[in-house]
Design a binder for this molecule. Structure first.
Ligand SMILES: NC(=O)c1ccc[n+]([C@@H]2O[C@H](COP(=O)([O-])OP(=O)(O)OC[C@H]3O[C@@H](n4cnc5c(N)ncnc54)[C@H](O)[C@@H]3O)[C@@H](O)[C@H]2O)c1
Length: 337
């Protein structure tokens, strides 16, 4: 789906990246039919690259990339990253995003989530080694677990329950990171790791187990349904609008000193979940009620990135405020959901 607002946002990213060119570069995007992956497919194609998307459509949707169907520089393979035949073309860049992401969804598929981030990551690293590609792995703020240091810097080791209900994702991502660094140290492979903190925007799913807080609250608000907050809503998150996230991911790929490095990508504006729900209620002009439900196990109390490294190395800071990003996202949900 590519409405006018997404097109404007893509142009915004292009100008932030000062129209960087990926002319004639081959890019592989795993998870390319998902939320962030589909934005990356768009941005690389606009920058002149040829893009191959690998996706098993477990949480992604063809609707996110339908508009690319006729683009001769775009191909999609509906396969699993843990079980696929090796592509014939050589890739200059591999962006490895494939993973289940929503807590409810990955808790229903813990083994698959662990394998996607372990054997799936190994397969992509092997492919990168054969192709001499640059590989970017999308890790997560979840590797920090219930962080004791806020804002959280990349040097924090994490406070994770290795056998808790979220461990398939948290430990899967931790293993994925460790494997990337092992390939860097053993083979000198050019790997880069982004730890993403709660990104949001158009093309996120709002249905069932796939829904994360922002799309869930927006769709509930627009449908005049109860807005369902877990716990008392005092837990915080820091939400980063998709244009900022995508700009930072591409900058990570382009910054020479990011080889073998990890960087937080997020917006340090920390908001409680209750405040978020109230803000969405007011922006959607909804008459929904906010209702409170049991808090899931190991749900982190606070999330806020220390952005010093991104600022210094990528020369990047998020630009879109939560209110601006929510307005854009709400208007997309009004038009397309
Ligand atoms: N969006 C965020 O806030 C956020 C935060 C932290 C980390 N990340 C990371 O960024 C990446 C993309 O997240 P997203 O928000 O776009 O999620 P998403 O669910 O929209 O996209 C993930 C995509 O991966 C695909 N996929 C899952 N398992 C696969 C497999 N085994 N083989 C092939 N395809 C598979 C899904 O079908 C989906 O299209 C993920 O790795 C996620 O862990 C995202």
């Amino acid at each position: 789906m590519i409405g006018t607002s997404v097109q404007e946002d893509l142009q915004e990213i292009r100008s932030e990246l000062e129209s960087s060119s990926f002319e004639d570069q081959n890019c592989l995007v795993t998870g390319g039919a998902g939320f962030l992956g589909s934005w990356l497919c768009d941005i690389f194609l606009l920058a002149g690259a040829k893009v191959c998307c690998i996706d098993n459509l477990s949480s992604g949707s063809l609707e996110n990339i339908n508009h690319l169907k006729r683009n001769k520089h775009f191909t999609i393979r509906r396969v699993d990253v843990t079980n696929h035949s090796e592509p014939r073309e050589k890739f200059h860049y591999i962006l490895h995003l494939a993973s289940r992401v929503s807590p409810e969804d990955y808790q229903e598929h813990p083994i698959e989530t662990l394998l996607t981030n372990s054997t799936g990551t190994k397969d992509m690293l092997e492919l990168a080694r054969k192709n001499d590609s640059v590989l970017l792995y999308t890790s997560s703020s979840e590797i920090y677990g219930n962080s004791e240091i806020i804002p959280t810097p990349e040097t924090y080791y994490g406070y994770v329950n290795p056998i808790g209900s979220r461990s398939c994702y948290d430990e899967g991502k931790r293993f994925g990171e460790a494997l990337c660094i092992a390939y860097y140290k053993t083979y000198g492979l050019d790997v880069r790791i982004t730890r993403i903190f709660n990104s949001y925007g158009p093309r996120m799913r709002a249905d069932g187990a796939y829904a994360r807080a922002i799309p869930r609250f927006i769709s509930q608000g627009l449908a005049s349904q109860d807005i369902t907050v877990y716990g008392n809503g005092s837990q915080t998150r820091s939400f980063c609008y998709v244009t900022d996230t995508i700009t930072a991911i591409v900058k990570t790929l382009q910054t020479l000193s990011m080889k073998g490095e990890v960087v937080n990508i997020g917006n340090p504006e920390e908001t409680s979940i209750l405040t978020l729900a109230q803000q969405i209620l007011s922006l959607t002009k909804s008459n929904s009620r906010i209702t409170f439900h049991p808090r899931p196990q190991d749900d982190p109390q606070r999330r806020c990135p220390d952005m010093s490294r991104a600022k210094k190395k990528l020369k990047w800071e998020p630009r879109v405020t939560l209110e601006q990003g929510l307005q854009k996202t709400i208007s997309w949900f009004r038009d397309y959901s």
